[in-house]
Design a protein around this ligand. Structure first.
Ligand code: HEC
Ligand code: HEC
Length: 478
């Protein structure tokens, strides 16, 4: 009942705000300078040195304060969908322990290896479903309930939530997989399990570890509901401008059905259901119907039958949403993310409007495509919607400064998905590994030898200080 109440408050308080913001956003984007009117600049050489420094004194206005412009449901969900959303919101916050027996940790299946104990531990800011919170919960998690984990050097209380991938195996062959930061060893609910943490100190010393931070999950139902041909059409636009600036890029594809994959930092994942199942097993160690096998098979560390999460064949009583009760956690997580509204930008003003024109003029939208459209979706609220993710959902060669040396699908060790910029105004950490909190630094990191973004960043660096500042103000309005 408590959550139903807060949902009603949100419909009353946030409903109108969503609508106003969506309308004003649409208006502003419609007025933006069409990209193909730009005078084609000199084509930069494909391999060029990192451009000179950006205009000095261009400060990032910082995280936008005030009400979180995210976390509510799509405004036009029907009643059944809205009820499922509220129920699923609880599941997303459920805390896992080894067998669900500890007070306040009723979810079952944590570990043997894990990075977090709840979806919301990592997807928290500026609202449930988002990205890293200001205080990293992983530091306390290391020793929760008697666990004896050492906090690796790359985690800190005021740093981003991170997960770690190893680049190579000991024999030099490619690894690329996520290695759980923590183990359940020592926890009061972990019996005689003795698995040890990976040796992160050596991995750091030998440059064999790379990091990823959580991506926000707001608005992802829209991304999921965008047909491949819509993505291909927006990607094919402005071909001349792209060619003259050295921008190519390509989509990542599913090895299973061949369609465009679009989720994750390398666009490596197909759907919200697949991502939810994978995250439940990889981040928390909870086996499920999509990923039914434990990653760590040490017999002394198995406490539950698998899969630990699955369809409930018997309904517990819920007047709110019996469908949610029958469904697995994984299905609930996917539904929650599908029904989360996209972030609401701050109201448009003259500076933001001008900043958007500068953003367009220097060519950022050649990758950070402002507008995408969904197809006919079963959920009416996701059907034929125009939305503004600021991404082409393609992967681009971003050069050695951002490279991680890891291949996923057809995205190689230098390629990354164009990070969607919606919600950027209330994001704390930037880039795949969360290396900076500063927008100017994030933009500068786009440039290094061979990066597809070098041509655009060269133009950015030639802006007047005022124009560059307005561009950053625009980004913080998102
Ligand atoms: C320990 C932190 C952590 C936990 C816990 C966690 N995630 Fe994530 N999440 C991440 C990271 C890191 C990424 C980026 C992974 C990548 O692209 O390689 C991510 C990405 C995602 C994405 C992709 C979003 C996009 O924009 O493409 C989805 C969906 C997601 N997580 C869902 C979940 C769900 C559902 C849960 C709970 C079962 C969960 N996550 C738990 C850290 C976490
Ligand atoms: C060639 C394509 C391309 C161009 C051009 C480009 N970007 Fe990006 N942008 C990316 C990719 C790919 C990432 C993710 C890189 C990573 O995390 O390693 C990114 C990340 C970002 C981020 C960090 C977002 C996050 O979620 O952490 C910001 C901010 C950003 N870009 C702004 C800009 C601005 C402003 C411009 C124009 C001056 C621009 N970009 C031009 C491809 C591009």
């Amino acid at each position: 009942m408590r959550s139903l109440h807060s949902y009603r408050i949100c419909v009353r308080r946030c409903g109108a705000a969503f609508l106003v913001a969506i309308l004003s956003t649409g208006l502003a984007y419609a007025q933006a300078v069409p990209l193909n009117r730009q005078p084609p600049p000199q084509p930069p050489p494909r391999v060029n040195p990192a451009p000179a420094a950006p205009p000095s004194g261009t400060d990032d206005p910082g995280v936008r304060t005030g009400v979180a412009g995210a976390g509510g449901p799509l405004i036009d969900l029907d009643t059944d969908e809205a009820h499922f959303f509220i129920a699923a919101l609880q599941r997303f916050q459920e805390v896992s322990s080894v067998s669900g027996t500890l007070a306040g940790e009723s979810g079952s299946g944590l570990g043997p290896r894990f990075n977090g104990n709840s979806c919301v531990s990592c997807h928290a800011y500026p609202a449930i479903g988002g990205s890293s919170p200001p205080v990293n919960p992983q530091v306390n998690l290391a020793t929760l309930d008697g666990a004896r984990n050492v906090v690796p050097s790359f985690l800190s209380s005021d740093g981003p939530v991170r997960e770690a991938r190893f680049v190579r195996n000991a024999d030099g062959t490619p690894d690329g997989g996520v290695h759980g930061l923590f183990v359940i060893t020592g926890r009061s609910d972990a019996g005689t399990c003795t698995v040890a943490q990976p040796d992160f100190a050596t991995a750091v010393a030998t440059n064999n570890v790379t990091f990823r931070i959580p991506t926000p999950t707001f608005g992802l139902g829209l991304v999921e509901s965008t047909p491949d041909d819509h993505l291909q059409t927006t990607f094919a636009a402005n071909a001349d401008a792209k060619a003259s600036l050295g921008i190519t890029g390509h989509f990542n594809h599913s090895g299973n059905d061949g369609t465009i994959t679009r989720f994750g930092w390398k666009a490596q994942n197909k759907s919200l259901a697949v991502f939810a199942g994978e995250a439940y097993n990889v981040e928390q160690g909870v086996t499920n119907e999509a990923f039914p096998n434990e990653r760590e098979t040490d017999p002394k560390c198995q406490f539950n039958t698998t899969p630990e999460d699955g369809t409930k064949l018997v309904n517990g009583v819920s007047i709110l949403s019996p469908a949610s009760v029958y469904s697995s956690d994984t299905v609930n997580f996917a539904a929650l993310m599908r029904f989360l509204a996209p972030p609401t930008p701050a109201p448009m003003n003259a500076t933001v409007q001008h900043g958007y024109q500068v953003f367009t003029n220097v060519g950022c939208p050649l990758c950070h495509t402002a507008t995408q459209t969904t197809g006919q979706a079963t959920t009416a609220a996701l059907s034929n919607v125009t939305y503004h993710p600021f991404s082409d959902f393609a992967v681009h060669d971003m050069g050695p400064r951002l490279a991680d040396g890891i291949t996923q699908g057809t995205a190689n060790g230098r390629e990354w998905r164009t990070a969607p910029l919606w919600g950027l105004g209330q994001r704390i950490f930037f880039l795949h590994d969360g290396r900076t909190k500063d927008l100017g630094t994030a933009i500068a990191a786009h440039a290094s030898n061979g990066s597809e973004a070098n041509g655009v960043i060269t133009q950015f660096n030639q802006l007047t200080q005022q124009d560059a500042s307005d561009l950053l103000t625009f980004l913080r309005s998102l």
